[in-house]
Ligand binder design. Sequence first.
Ligand code: FAD
Length: 538
Amino acid sequence: MNRSTALTRLRSESFDLLVVGGGITGAGVALDAAARGLRVALVERADFASGTSSKSSKLIHGGLRYLQQGDIALVYEALYERQRLLRNAPHLVRTLPFMIPVLTKESVVSRKIARALGSALWMYDLTGGWRVGKLHRRLRAKTALAHMPTMKAETLASAYLYFDAEADDARLTLAVIRSAVERGAAVANYCSVTKLNKDAAGRITGASVSTHEGETFDISARVVVNATGVWGDSMRRMDVGGDSVTIRPAKGIHITVPWELVRNDIAVVIPVPGDKRSLFVVPHMPNGDGTFRYTYVGTTDTDYQGSIDDPQCTPEDIDYCLRALNKAIAGSGRSLTRDDVVGTWAGLRPLVATEDGGAAKGRTADLSRRHKVMVSDSGMVTITGGKLTTYRKMAEHTVDEVLKLIGRRGRCTTKRLDLFGATSRDRDDHLVSRFGTEAAALRRLISDDPSLGKPLVPGLPYLRAEAVYSARHEMVVTLDDLLSRRTRGLLYDRDASVRAAREVAQLIAPELGWDASRVEHEVRHFEDVCNREVAAAR
Ligand SMILES: Cc1cc2nc3c(=O)[nH]c(=O)nc-3n(C[C@H](O)[C@H](O)[C@H](O)COP(=O)(O)OP(=O)(O)OC[C@H]3O[C@@H](n4cnc5c(N)ncnc54)[C@H](O)[C@@H]3O)c2cc1C
């Protein structure tokens, strides 16, 4: 993961395919292709996972909701992929219990709703939920209340418990990228495709790119894969011109609040008053004694018309989540306000518009999460839609198309391919849960310099050694990369992260060759990112 080596290779070598986009989709394609023996390049215009792939709900799941929408094939596929991820990245992906409370209305339990929920969960288990080794079950009200004591006891009739999984989306993306690099892929962040290059017959021969430092050069590749998520239409325009719309961005936000205000020890699904939707309330950062540091709540699902480069969480978005949360924790005797929100994040789903390419109508929440692979006349393969959970399958379909274009054969090998750092040992250890087998390298850093064992951001579990390791081995280019994605400080405690920003920048400055003015620039830039979030949420 050395950026200057990668840039040298990108300038000089010829590749079978160039993947554009370093989110989970592009990362998955690069890994699948490299594992099949292709010569692979990947460029990302900003940081890896800086688009949607760091802003998801962080669930590796089938999606009970999609079952209710009748999309059994999608749920089946996703639950299969969930199992593969639990096996291939056991350090990053872990099982997460979910509770759906059955509430009374004017002291009456709707038998219809309870029965419908029970049937849906049986379907979920049968569709593949069972693979995790645990089936759903009914909980008595008292047990349900013990899982979230802030719920109002009088309105709680019982609950259902079922199982899914969770993962840090940005670190998962990075692990997939590092797995591709391990297999020979040349990968660089802060390197943006500005133009597609074609031969006289109109076939793609590569792309022109421009780096963060202002350098421009051409990358030679037989096929270009467009894995740019919500930016996919701008790549299509580089290819075929015109202004057709194939992607309908749907915004989703999350808010983080201190855990002690909610006190749920498992994820809970809560209804949104006056809407047909529900939200996840997910406890985060365990303290090791059954308590947690934070709970995050999300997600919304709304049509989005703003700039796709900078989706933000608005006051209305926050109030939507708080309204549902306050109704759910009515038993705590205290309503949460915007002042209790310590972090927010907003992302855009790259949903596929209608079959004919026109913009779909209706609620974005009702649009399919399926993916779609398209091949243009010039040979650009576009992969769009899908989910974090199904990235491996999406990559398999995409690389199958790439092989057809270049006239080669090769079977997909990622079904049982350990991701970078994969280990099942000591998974509850903080460093192992984030770096897997690389935790040993971090421990060595700490034993050489015990000051690196101290917290990076006071109040958060990250250590100073993580910053040094990430700067050396994880292609950190900006301070924001480190505080938003290598660690997740911005998402869970924005103010604490801003307060620590200068010290963190000074810590990694020698690793990245930053002088005092660059440190200043990085701190300012990170403060700007935070200030924009605060202003949008006001
Ligand atoms: C709120 C929300 C919650 C979600 N929750 C879940 C969940 O819990 N579970 C789940 O399975 N899925 C979830 N999803 C879906 C999942 O997050 C997305 O499907 C996935 O992250 C999309 O990844 P991507 O790589 O296609 O797009 P992105 O992550 O956006 O990556 C595209 C990349 O392309 C880069 N790029 C763009 N143009 C160029 C260019 N010209 N040159 C180089 N690079 C370029 C961008 O910078 C970007 O990094 C959620 C989505 C949202 C929005």
